[in-house]
Design a protein around this ligand. Structure first.
Ligand SMILES: *[C@@H]1O[C@H](CO)[C@@H](O)[C@H](O)[C@H]1NC(C)=O
Ligand SMILES: *[C@@H]1O[C@H](CO)[C@@H](O)[C@H](O)[C@H]1NC(C)=O
Ligand SMILES: *[C@@H]1O[C@H](CO)[C@@H](O)[C@H](O)[C@H]1NC(C)=O
Length: 239
């Protein structure tokens, strides 16, 4: 029977700093479904961890089995609760997701996502430690208002999904961009712990584009994506 399964094992060299180590990707036959491309992140340290992978199209839809366990404890294997892609009309990739509740701190985990077809199966095994995959969602509700001559106030709200703000605060980075004689210019500021910032020395009549991102205060994991940009044109004084 074993001869029926040509096994392909890819062991990928991983960079030390890579938060998610690919342990192996395996397919059990030539017709097996593609190995799921799994990405895991923790949007609210320590207890909102999600892994997701795209549903490959146009290949036939597969069934998935997702399990996770502590790396040093075979016995701790649990099923990850699967959430199929929602009905979506957009051209975005259809994403499968699964939630990993109540992970232990400072512990290596292994997640095994297996796509199963009638023709075979393919597994993606990755290892991660919660602290390395922290990635807040982006800040929301970016507001800009005039705040005196050539000054303005930039305000924003933390990502609503980051639930432990009192114990685990975030810090923020700002970028603002403008065009000067056809050349794109940008200024990066931060980190700040406040959710508002006064900006001075702006040019009257010029349009600036602002974005904010969030990072765990101690620098765990990585920064959020940049918020959606907000434009502001510095008003010229009325004579
Ligand atoms: C996260 O865990 C803490 C403590 O275990 C709990 O109080 C809190 O409700 C949890 N939050 C979520 C969103 O599950
Ligand atoms: C991954 O999960 C699949 C499906 O449960 C299982 O057949 C396979 O043995 C697992 N791989 C490893 C290395 O544990
Ligand atoms: C902001 O303004 C720039 C230039 O004025 C424009 O190209 C861009 O589309 C605007 N962006 C948004 C989000 O309004």
């Amino acid at each position: 029977m074993a001869a029926l399964f040509g096994s392909v094992l890819l062991l990928v060299c991983v960079h030390e700093s890579q938060a998610l180590d690919l342990l192996s990707a395996t397919a059990t036959s030539g017709d097996a479904p593609p190995v799921p491309r799994v990405y895991c992140w923790c949007a609210s340290y320590p207890n909102v961890t999600t892994c997701s992978w795209p549903e490959p199209s146009p290949s036939a839809p597969a069934r998935y089995i997702a399990t996770y366990r502590e790396r040093n404890n075979q016995e701790s294997t649990k099923e990850c609760h699967l959430i199929p892609p929602g009905p979506s009309s957009s051209s975005y990739e259809q994403l499968w997701r699964c939630h990993l509740p109540n992970l232990k701190l400072l512990t290596d985990y292994i997640i095994n996502v297996t796509a199963v077809h009638s023709s075979g199966s393919s597994s993606h095994l990755t290892s991660f430690m919660l602290e390395d995959i922290v990635k807040p969602d982006r800040p929301v509700d970016i507001r800009v208002s005039p705040h005196g001559p050539r000054k303005m106030l930039l305000e924003w709200s933390p990502p609503p999904t980051w639930t432990n703000m009192n114990i685990l605060p975030l810090k923020y980075h700002i970028v603002y961009k403008w065009i000067h004689r056809g050349t794109p210019m940008l200024v990066n500021l931060g980190p700040f712990e406040n959710t508002r910032m006064e900006l001075r020395g702006l040019t009257l009549g010029r349009t600036y584009l602002f974005q904010v991102c969030a990072e765990e205060l101690l620098g765990l994991g990585e920064r959020s994506d940049w918020s959606l940009p907000v434009n502001f044109t510095v008003p010229r004084p009325n004579h």
